[in-house]
Design a protein around this ligand. Structure first.
Ligand SMILES: NC(=O)c1ccc[n+]([C@@H]2O[C@H](COP(=O)([O-])OP(=O)(O)OC[C@H]3O[C@@H](n4cnc5c(N)ncnc54)[C@H](O)[C@@H]3O)[C@@H](O)[C@H]2O)c1
Length: 383
């Protein structure tokens, strides 16, 4: 019996404390199951091996096919939930769960703290994904997901843009030049030739630094001030809005005459009360939510009724030939961020890491030999 082997080393404040060394199986092997951790160092190694262009392209392919074949009996997502607070600053921490039936659960935890960049030198969005095996409940992997969130958000916009934006070279507008803006430009540049980008941010420093952050893409960038935002919106073929505008402070896009074929990726509105687009523009556009229920609560769709909305992202992809007809019309992708995108991106990174032998394996969870003894990991066979 396991408890016979307990060596009691003392009593402190009425609490028993004991020391035992890890027990091994009868064949001498440890049955410790390990968790693969992909932190910043491992992520860097994967991206250096694969290349960020190839990673984006692989994610585009993977996400596109997962959306096309999306079946709620196979992949179940439940609405994200979390804590929203105003102290010490406006922020939230949310969890976004998805289940691949019969194999895996992914839960991304994401924090949004728009004061982070200026007050703490941290990204506004910070995220981590945990992947669990649904056979035994084991934590298979822990994956850094701040980079992956930016990557999958850019990719989702690229998928919508590919279907709904005018074919051929485009002028891209970006309003809000922070972290998400980088992957909006990069991911869209993988599916359309971007002749130039016109960008605006309320922070002159962020707008100015955007040019150097995306210099590797070799897209001519025109940074404009607030007086030219109407010209920006009126000129471009595709617009990505990714601002940290405060709840109830929007819209950030003025209601001006736009190109009749303007496609907008509305990325920033993902919080109750937060909007970026004027309602008049929404009313004259085909508005495609990524997730209907979420967009009605947090996206641009807060300003509309469910009946006013177009297809969700999976249907948009599945019936892409039909929706390509809207390339000459005004369209909006209402992007609030979907847990399925997080599952797909975390799995892709994990797969690439495994292929290249990258990742730290740690014995994070109790997987002792005696399933009925929570103290068994303390056993000392010599005791
Ligand atoms: N849809 C999604 O899947 C998804 C994913 C990640 C982030 N987001 C959202 O996207 C937004 C941007 O995220 P980020 O990581 O780039 O944040 P960030 O803090 O890096 O950048 C946001 C930028 O918006 C600028 N800004 C704020 N108000 C503005 C306005 N009225 N006009 C122009 N610029 C303005 C800020 O100065 C800042 O530079 C956030 O609201 C975030 O919640 C959405």
């Amino acid at each position: 019996m396991a408890h016979c082997a307990i060596a009691r080393n003392g009593e402190t404040m009425g609490l028993r404390f004991i020391t035992r060394s890890a027990r091994v199986g009868s064949d001498g092997s440890s049955n410790v199951k390990k968790t693969r951790v992909l932190g910043m160092r491992e992520l860097t190694q994967v991206v250096e091996m694969v290349g960020v262009d190839r990673l984006l392209d692989a994610l585009f392919e993977r996400l596109h096919s997962r959306l096309a074949e999306h079946d709620t009996d196979v992949t179940t997502t439940i609405d994200r939930a979390g804590f929203h607070y105003a102290k010490p600053d406006l922020g939230l921490i949310e969890w976004m769960p998805t289940m691949q039936v019969g194999s895996r659960v992914a839960i991304k935890t994401v924090g949004y703290h728009p004061s982070n960049p200026t007050q703490r030198g941290l990204p506004s969005v910070l995220a981590t994904t945990s992947l669990y095996d649904t056979v035994d409940g084991r934590l298979v992997a822990l994956v850094e997901s701040t980079f992956l969130t930016a990557l999958r958000t850019g990719t989702a916009s690229a998928i919508a843009t590919d279907i709904l934006a005018k074919p051929g070279p485009i002028t891209l507008g970006i309003i809000g030049c922070g972290a998400q803006a980088v992957t909006q430009l990069h991911a869209i540049s993988r599916i359309r030739d971007i002749e130039r980008a016109i960008v605006f941010d309320t922070s002159c420093e962020v707008a100015a630094s955007f040019t150097s952050r995306v210099a590797f893409l070799k897209v001519p960038i025109e940074v404009v001030g607030p007086d030219a935002i109407g010209r920006l919106v009126g000129t471009v073929d595709v617009l990505s809005t990714c601002t940290s505008v405060a709840p109830d402070a929007g819209p950030v896009v003025p209601h001006v005459k736009t190109q009749p074929w303007l496609h907008i990726n509305a990325v920033g509105a993902d919080f109750a009360g937060k909007i970026e687009l004027p309602i008049a523009l929404l009313r004259t556009s085909l508005v495609c939510p990524d997730v209907l229920s979420q967009c009605l609560l947090e996206g641009e769709a807060q300003q509309l009724e469910a009946a006013d909305l177009g297809p969700e992202l999976p249907e948009l992809v599945r019936r892409r030939t039909h929706f390509e007809e809207f390339r000459s019309a005004s369209t909006v992708f209402d992007s609030t961020g979907w847990a399925l995108e997080d599952l797909v991106s975390a799995e892709l990174l994990l797969e690439l890491a495994e292929q290249h032998g990258i990742g730290i394996e740690i014995a994070l969870q109790a997987t002792s030999q005696d399933a009925h003894d929570p103290y068994a990991f303390l056993l000392n066979d010599n005791a």
